[in-house]
Design a protein around this ligand. Structure first.
Ligand SMILES: [Zn+2]
Length: 454
C-alpha cells in the first residue's frame, strides 16, 4: 500500500520534520495543527516551483519607458512575498535601462503576476488582517493572525496596513464627493422588489471619541471630540416569538465623519442617493431634538422625507414643562404629564399646544416656570409637523429614534472606546473608513481596485 507520509517525505527535505510532527503528535488537536502547517508548507513549495518554471520561460525584456532602449538583463534576482500561506520565495529575470535611466529594476514576471514593485505582502493577507483590525485592537488582531495563519505580523505592521487601506478608502470617498459636487450623483445600489418597497429611514446622532491632544505623542489630557454618525436603512418587519410585529432595520448603511454638520451633509447626501432616496416610496427622517440635524433635514431632506421627532424626547420635554410649572414632586404634575403624553401619542398634539399656551396665560406664574414652559411650547410648535404620532403609527413608522441611536453608537463604541484607547486624527479616520466600508458592504472592493499605493 502506498504510504502518503513517505511520499510527502520524499518530496522535499524540508517536509521531513513536519511529517514526523504529524506522526508523533500525542493528541488529535496537535496532529491537526501539525498537519495544517505541513499543508501550508507544501502549498508554498508548489507555488515556488510553478513560479520558478514560469521565470525560466524565455521572454523578451521590454523597452525602457523613459528612453525606449531595450532593457538589459541583470540576470535572475530573488523576490519574496509574505502571503496567507507563509513566505513565498522565487527568482526571476530583472532588467535595467542600459542608458542608466532611473526606472529601477523591471521584472516582467512580477508585472504579469499582478505584483507592484515594492510589494512585500499579498493583498489577501492585508485584507484579512485589516478585517480583523476593524473589530479588535491591533494587538489582539496580530495574535489572531498568528493563531489563524501561523504568521508573525507586528502590531505596527498591521497598523501601517490599516493606514494605507483606510487612506485609499478616504480618497475613494473624496472622489465620489467631488463628482457629486460637480453634479454627478452616484449610481443607486440595486434593490430587490421587496426592499425597494420598504420605507427608507434616515437618522443621525453624535458620538464622542477620545483623542490625544497632540499628534505623535501620547502625552497630555484626553480630548473628546464628536463624530457625526448617520444611518440609512430600510424598515422591515419581523414577527417575534409572541406573535408581535416589530420594526427592524435592514440593509443598514452608515455614514460618519469627524467634523461638524457641514462635513456630514455631503456624505449623507451621497449615501442617500445610493440608497435611492429619489425612488423610495416613503422616506422617513427620525431624530431627537439636536438642532443641527433638524436644520440639515430642513435644508436637504424635507422635500423627500417625513420628519419624525423622537417621541421619548418630545415627552421628556413635556415633563420638563410639567415639573417647572406644577413642581415635579406633586401628583398634579404627574397627572398633567400623563394626560399630555397620552394626547401627544394619540394624535392630539394640538390640544397639548393649547394646554401649554393656556398655562402661559396664567397669572402669577413664576418667571422660571414661564421661561421653561415657553421653551417647551416653542420647541413643540417648531416641530408641529414632526409630532403627528398617530399618523406615523398608522403608516407603520417608528416613533422612537432608539434604533438609530444604537446603530450609530455601535459603529463607534465597539472599536474606538476601549479602555485606555486614545486616537490620533489620522489613525481614527483611517480605521473609521475601513469600518464604514465593512458595514456598508464595500470592504472587498477596496482591495480589488488596483491602486498605486499598494
Ligand atoms: Zn532608459
Amino acid at each position: 500500500m502506498p504510504c502518503l507520509a513517505d511520499s510527502i517525505r520524499h518530496m522535499h527535505p524540508s517536509l521531513q520534520e513536519l511529517v514526523t510532527a504529524v506522526e508523533q503528535a500525542p493528541s488529535l488537536a496537535l496532529m491537526l495543527l501539525a498537519a495544517g502547517q505541513l499543508a501550508h508548507r507544501i502549498a508554498v513549495l508548489l507555488v515556488q516551483e510553478v513560479l520558478t518554471q514560469r521565470a525560466q520561460r524565455p521572454a523578451e525584456l521590454p523597452s525602457c519607458p523613459k528612453c525606449g532602449t531595450r532593457l538589459r538583463s541583470k540576470g535572475f534576482l530573488p523576490r519574496q512575498l509574505t502571503t496567507r500561506l507563509g513566505i513565498v520565495r522565487w527568482e526571476r529575470r530583472v532588467g535595467r535601462c542600459p542608458k542608466g535611466c532611473k526606472i529601477g529594476q523591471v521584472a516582467p514576471l512580477d508585472e504579469t503576476l499582478g505584483l507592484t514593485p515594492h510589494q512585500q505582502t499579498s493583498v489577501a493577507l492585508k485584507q484579512m488582517a485589516c478585517a480583523l483590525a476593524i473589530f479588535v485592537p491591533f494587538e489582539t488582531a496580530v495574535v489572531l493572525l498568528q493563531r489563524l495563519l501561523g504568521l508573525p505580523v507586528s502590531p505596527s505592521t498591521l497598523w501601517h496596513w490599516v493606514q494605507e487601506a483606510g487612506q485609499s478608502a478616504m480618497q475613494r470617498l473624496q472622489r465620489e464627493l467631488d463628482q457629486l459636487a460637480e453634479g454627478q450623483p452616484p449610481t443607486a445600489e440595486r434593490l430587490d422588489e421587496n426592499t425597494s418597497a420598504q420605507p427608507l429611514l434616515i437618522g443621525a446622532d453624535g458620538v464622542m471619541v477620545p483623542f490625544r491632544p497632540e499628534n505623535g505623542t501620547p502625552k497630555g489630557r484626553t480630548v473628546w471630540r464628536e463624530v457625526k454618525v448617520a444611518i440609512l436603512a430600510r424598515l422591515g418587519q419581523r414577527t417575534t416569538r409572541h406573535g408581535q410585529t416589530v420594526t427592524r432595520l435592514e440593509r443598514r448603511r452608515l455614514v460618519a465623519v469627524l467634523g461638524d454638520i457641514e462635513a456630514l451633509r455631503p456624505r449623507l447626501w451621497l449615501e442617500a442617493w445610493r440608497q435611492g432616496i429619489g425612488q423610495a416610496k416613503v422616506v422617513v427622517w427620525l431624530s431627537d431634538g439636536g438642532r443641527g440635524f433638524w436644520n440639515l433635514y430642513v435644508q436637504r431632506f424635507a422635500v423627500y422625507a417625513i420628519g419624525i421627532l423622537d417621541f421619548y424626547h418630545a415627552a421628556q420635554n413635556l415633563w420638563k414643562g410639567a415639573a417647572a410649572w406644577l413642581d415635579g414632586r406633586t401628583t398634579q404634575a404627574r397627572v398633567w404629564f400623563d394626560t399630555m403624553r397620552h394626547c401627544l401619542r394619540h394624535g392630539e398634539q394640538d390640544r397639548v399646544l393649547e394646554e401649554l399656551a393656556a398655562a402661559l396665560q396664567l397669572e402669577g406664574l413664576p418667571d422660571s416656570a414661564r421661561k421653561t414652559l415657553s421653551q417647551v411650547y416653542a420647541y413643540l410648535q417648531t416641530h408641529r409637523e414632526h409630532i403627528d404620532y398617530a399618523k406615523f403609527k398608522e403608516l407603520g413608522l417608528p416613533l422612537g429614534s432608539g434604533l438609530v441611536e444604537s446603530a450609530c453608537k455601535w459603529l463607534i463604541q465597539q472599536r474606538f472606546k476601549g479602555v485606555g484607547m486614545r486616537w490620533s486624527e489620522d489613525g481614527f479616520n483611517h480605521l473609521l473608513h475601513l469600518r464604514l466600508a465593512w458595514v456598508n458592504g464595500r470592504f472587498d472592493a477596496l482591495f480589488a481596485e488596483p491602486s498605486p499605493n499598494r
